[in-house]
Design a protein around this ligand. Structure first.
Ligand code: NIG
Ligand code: FE
Length: 431
């Protein structure tokens, strides 16, 4: 007598499990050991993975109501996207063309302030409709869990409005809201930094119970480590889990501060110091990196006007991060300024090209490591019995093709909690 389950996926050309020996983020040499099952199968019931193995093994034990033939297809975990700025108004394409042509040199903080104006001007309904469109786009690219930050309100009232919009978005993607009042100094406080830090601190009690995380940007364009510490201290006392933007435009000692506060993640690391990186490597905090932001900010392209301002040696920087032994994850950093992309496959494709990272590395970093960057690795990020049945059936037979190809979306079907949300590349209609 076979065990009856709801769904059985069989004959996957490759079943990429992303399981790791530790059950959490892969680091160092582990990053190269990616588990692939040839002629793989999944048994799904009640939204959870019941068994993961070869087709031979699973068809002996299970029969199902719904049978999915994945012949000639890769099956992988769906993506956990651990860092997005999802809710915003306006677009910054004009400012960016100026950067491409070297007609202007937009700064990140001025860019953020222009998005703040457009966001404040937009109604709740407009912001919600746009965010839902972006979520659909993420779903089509295989993402089923998203971290979404506020950070384009930057006054108490506007930040709480964005937090409310974020946590009530009507969408089947699982959205975890983050309060990023500490993105940069709010426009009303440009001459009163301490006043703005105090406003964030005063807002924190209202964030408890509404946000999954509190994010603080410690960076030359945002807050100093001392200012960050004041806000993080209060957030920690209130029991908020912390994450940080750190050391993106220069070393601001943000990474060491994040580790000191046992942050869930510390993100960017472009200018992390040796001491900061050592601290990170010795911690459970996950470092999140954004090849899409490096790409979009033209970090790899020398300036025409100032040839001495050379392109960054991204492969060297990236190797230094991996060699440290730190846990690292990939993300889009989806936002209207530095990274207007909703595609995790694109982030993987760029990591291979700009950082010279292997297929195995980028797959681990977009799945189990990305789940660890939201402390969800017990439930998401790999295909293992007991976990949520969140997976992608691809229009490709091998995991390598997903990294090798670029510019087209090879996602075919997307399941979250055992439920089919994208079929044949299209998001299914919702009632
Ligand atoms: O790339 N310090 C903030 N950096 C943000 C920028 C967002 C934007 O340009 O609007 C980031 O995560
Ligand atoms: Fe960001």
């Amino acid at each position: 007598m076979k065990q009856r389950v709801h769904t059985l996926v069989t004959h996957a050309a490759e079943l990429l499990t992303a399981r790791t020996p530790s059950g959490t983020a892969a680091r160092g040499d582990e990053l190269e050991r990616l588990e692939l099952i040839v002629d793989g199968a999944l048994a799904v019931d009640d939204g959870r993975l019941v068994a993961v193995g070869t087709t031979d093994e699973l068809v002996r034990t299970f029969d199902a109501e719904v049978n999915v033939d994945a012949s000639d297809r890769l099956v992988s975990p769906s993506f956990v996207e651990p860092h997005t700025h999802l809710v915003f108004g306006g677009t910054r394409h004009e400012e960016w063309e100026g950067k491409v042509l070297e007609a202007n040199r937009p700064t990140i903080d001025a860019g953020i302030r222009s998005t703040i104006r457009a966001t404040r001007d937009a109604s709740d309904a407009e912001l919600t409709a746009r965010a839902v469109r972006h979520l659909d786009d993420m779903l089509r690219h295989g993402i089923t869990t998203v971290e979404a930050k506020t950070g384009y309100g930057l006054s108490r009232e506007q930040e709480l409005r964005l937090l409310e919009i974020t946590r009530t978005l009507p969408h089947p993607i699982d959205v975890h809201a983050t309060y990023l009042g500490a993105h940069t100094v709010g426009p009303e406080h440009l001459d009163d930094r301490a006043g703005y830090v105090q406003e964030v601190i005063d807002t924190l009690p209202d964030v408890v119970g509404r946000a999954a995380f509190c994010d603080i940007a410690v960076d030359p364009v945002s807050f100093t480590a001392e200012e960050g510490r004041r806000m993080a201290d209060v957030a920690r006392r209130l029991g908020l889990a912390l994450r940080f933007h750190a050391d993106q435009t220069g070393d601001a000692d943000g990474t060491a501060l994040a580790v000191e506060f046992d942050a869930v993640s510390v993100d960017h690391l472009d200018h992390v110091s040796d001491a900061g990186l050592r601290a990170l490597a010795d911690s459970a905090t996950v470092g999140v990196v954004f090849p899409g932001a490096n790409f979009h900010l033209l970090d790899m392209t020398p300036s025409r006007l100032h040839p001495d301002r050379g392109a960054r040696d991204l492969p060297r920087w990236a190797e230094r991060l991996v060699a440290s032994g730190a846990a690292l994850a990939l993300s889009t950093d989806f936002n209207p300024g530095t990274a207007p992309s909703t595609s995790m496959p694109m982030a993987m494709q760029l990591a291979a090209r700009l950082y010279r990272w292997s297929f195995a590395r980028v797959w681990h970093m977009a799945t189990i490591n990305a789940a660890a960057a939201m402390r969800l690795e017990h439930d998401r990020g790999s295909l293992a019995a007991g976990k949520s049945a969140d997976f992608v059936v691809w229009d490709a037979a091998s995991h390598g093709e997903i990294v090798h190809r670029f510019g087209s979306n090879l996602v075919r079907d997307v399941y979250r909690g055992g439920q089919l949300l994208v079929a044949g590349g299209s998001v299914l209609a919702r009632s």
